[in-house]
Design a protein around this ligand. Structure first.
Ligand code: CAA
Length: 270
């Protein structure tokens, strides 16, 4: 998702972007994917070759957080894991300018909790992009308990400059998008688990019956079953409500390393 965010910031907002990952292999892979996206957009005449060249020139890559000392905003898109995110925000707090906005693309973890890892909680905000970022039109914006109104307004303006529609949600587990989406996906997995219908029939019912672009199990494979489970655990652990309990089958698939599309196997084989 980080690559998708960088792509839209450079290609649509025309902002200089530094793509950061601890692994050079990942940043190289990301830049290659960006080249492919640009080539495709040029071939479809969505942008000119000159625009694509300009986009590419706006994007650089780094493998060290310390090079981000001068940026105006960081959009973190690491794994959906509280310990990883708080460690990153602790480092960003020490490295970035005091007025830099520190945004997280978390899909469910408390913004207030992430902000508490820093000494400038007023600068921390949730900027929840949807996958695939270049295609999906929404950014859910989530202020934490201490986020300043200026930071909220600047974040909304940035998302809109990226061509996105914004919504604002309070900092509750799952915000709005995943508070609704994850119980829906979990219920589909429970229907499969209890043998009510096949994966294909569950998906076809929702795809053709309710005009969803993909059925819930295909969507879960697309999001990543590990990510779905992590989000469902955040909902369950932080509300204590049994209605959010992740299904045993989802846990089993994740235990098996069947994470969906990215590993070649989930509810379907790829
Ligand atoms: N990056 C960039 N562009 C992509 C892409 C990617 N990873 N995947 C597809 N696209 C582009 C294609 O290039 C194509 O572009 P053009 O219109 O220029 O040709 C366009 O998207 C449509 O793609 P396809 O024709 O290949 O396939 P499709 O019509 O089936 O669309 C889809 C694919 C956009 C993924 C569509 O199936 C869809 O909207 N699915 C639902 C996605 C969804 O719900 N996402 C939200 C997940 S939840 C989330 O992200 C939040 C969370 O916290 C879990």
């Amino acid at each position: 998702m980080g690559l998708g965010i960088a792509y839209v910031a450079a290609n649509v907002s025309r902002l200089p972007v530094v793509l950061m990952d601890i692994s050079k292999e990942q940043t190289d892979k990301g830049l290659k994917f960006m080249d492919r996206l640009l080539e495709k957009d040029v071939a479809k005449e969505k942008i000119t070759a000159e625009h694509a060249k300009g986009t590419r020139e706006l994007v650089s890559a780094t493998n060290s957080l310390s090079t981000l000392s001068d940026v105006d905003i960081v959009i973190e898109a690491a794994s959906e894991n509280l310990n990883i995110k708080t460690a990153i925000f602790r480092d960003l707090d020490a490295i970035c300018k005091s007025d830099a906005i520190l945004a997280t693309n978390t899909s469910s973890i408390s913004i207030t909790k992430i902000a508490a890892a820093t000494k400038k909680a007023e600068q921390v905000i949730g900027m929840h992009f949807m996958n695939p970022v270049p295609v999906m039109k929404l950014v859910e914006v989530i202020p934490g308990l201490a986020t300043s109104d200026n930071v909220l307004q600047d974040t909304l303006a940035l998302a809109e400059s990226m061509g996105k529609t914004t919504t604002v949600a309070q900092d509750i587990p799952g915000f709005v998008a995943n508070r609704l989406l994850m119980p829906y996906i979990n219920e589909a997995v429970m229907l499969l688990e209890s043998g009510v219908a096949s994966a294909k029939d569950i998906d076809t019912t929702m795809k053709l019956g309710t005009n969803m672009p993909m059925g819930p199990l295909t969507l879960a494979d697309f999001i990543g079953l590990d990510t779905c489970l992590a989000i469902q655990k955040v909902l369950h652990d932080n509300t204590g409500d049994s209605k959010y309990r992740p299904s045993v089958l989802l846990q089993k698939y994740v235990d098996a390393g069947w994470y969906g599309k990215k590993t070649g196997r989930g509810f379907y084989q790829y």
